[in-house]
Design a protein around this ligand. Structure first.
Ligand code: PHE
Length: 363
């Protein structure tokens, strides 16, 4: 049996190793080397079995005392290490709550005015019970023109400044739709009356200046049933313009016009005041053209497979970009498509500003 001197040397060595252990893994290695199955202290404990009763009487308590003290020292060191680790983490993860809050991405990002206006228009018409429809950007001559009662070689086709694709084998040419009116026919073909929907979308014409871009946006509206008449059309447009421009006194003027797909056809102006570059809707002595509309031509109903003796209704189409420019005082249409960050920051909307009739459209 090791004598007392050896024991206190062993104890001193292990305690020194415990104190020196700077992390839990090292500390555990010290524990295993001393008190593990094959540890130095455990070996000594095993030797108790081979001792005389007399020897055991002194060696037993000495070894047990040693084991207890080491166990205690290990536990103390372990809790010191845990505490130090926590302190370090707290110091490292400290947050200064007095610092200014950094804007999150969702607050810093901006919704394009066109997207905003589209959401506004959709929420107004949704409130009036209009569904939402869509059609393809690439159209056939049939849907863009023929089914809409544009006779072959009619000058109205030329007026649309159409972008055509290369002719196909059969001579027909696909095109980029020049208006959203083809969606009238497509939607009527695939459904059953009554119809009441809007369809916003991209449109294309070969034209470019301050108020025209080769790609722009329109919003089409169509109501077809057995009784809808022009009075309804006027009411819907008035309601829409009042809600959209957020002015009670919006005043409309309907002028006779021509579209092949409506009869009669009208252009709608709103009363406005022009003050230099600024346009104010609902006041003043000027008029501003804002949309085209009319009663759907019987030939269009026929082309869509409906009986014009039974069904009737109205259609309207307006430029989304145009009403966005008017409402938000944006002078140049081309900027809509330039993705200039400074412009987007100035004219854009907060992502959390979802327009609704109840919550306010653009507040
Ligand atoms: N499609 C017409 C245009 O682009 C607008 C319109 C739509 C007119 C529906 C009347 C009815 O000019």
């Amino acid at each position: 049996m090791a004598d007392i001197q050896d024991l206190s040397k062993l104890e001193a060595d292990i305690v020194a190793a415990i104190v020196a252990a700077n992390d839990e893994a090292t500390l555990d290695a010290v524990r295993v080397a001393a008190l593990g199955k094959k540890g130095s202290v455990s070996d000594l404990m095993k030797s108790l079995g081979g001792m005389s009763a007399e020897e055991r009487q002194t060696a037993g308590p000495a070894l047990n005392g040693l084991k207890d003290r080491l166990t205690e020292a290990l536990a103390a060191r372990k809790s010191a290490l845990t505490e130090a680790a926590l302190e370090a983490r707290l110091a490292h993860e400290k947050i200064d709550v007095t610092l200014p809050v950094r804007e999150s991405a969702i607050e810093a990002g901006r919704i394009h005015p066109l997207s905003q206006v589209l959401d506004e228009v959709i929420s107004i018409f949704a409130d009036m019970g209009f569904a939402y429809e869509q059609g393809p950007d690439i159209e056939s001559d049939h849907y863009n023109f023929t089914a809409l009662n544009f006779p072959e070689a009619h000058p109205a086709r030329e007026m649309h400044d159409t972008f055509y694709f290369e002719p196909r084998a059969d001579g027909s040419r696909l095109l980029l739709r020049t208006h959203t009116s083809p969606v009238q026919v497509r939607t009527m073909e695939k459904g059953k009356p009554p119809f009441r929907f809007i369809c916003p979308g991209r449109t294309y014409r070969s034209d470019s200046d301050q108020t025209h871009t080769p790609q722009f946006h329109q919003i089409e509206g169509l109501v077809i049933d057995e009784t809808t008449h022009m009075g309804h059309l006027k009411w819907v447009l008035e309601e829409f313009l009042r809600a959209f421009f957020e002015v009670e006194g919006v005043e409309l003027r309907m002028r006779p016009s021509f579209f092949p797909f409506t009869e009669p056809s009208m252009e709608v102006d709103v009363r406005c005041a022009r003050l230099g570059n600024e346009i104010r809707i609902g006041e003043g002595d000027d008029w501003l053209e804002i949309l085209g509309c009319g009663m759907v031509h019987p030939n269009v109903l026929k082309a869509a497979g409906l009986d014009p003796e039974k069904y009737q209704g109205f259609a309207f189409g307006m430029g989304l970009d145009r009403i966005a420019m008017l409402k938000y005082g944006i002078p140049d249409l081309r900027a809509f498509f330039e993705s200039d960050l400074r412009w987007l920051r100035h004219y854009g909307f907060s992502a959390l500003d979802v327009p609704s009739l109840a919550g306010g459209l653009s507040s």
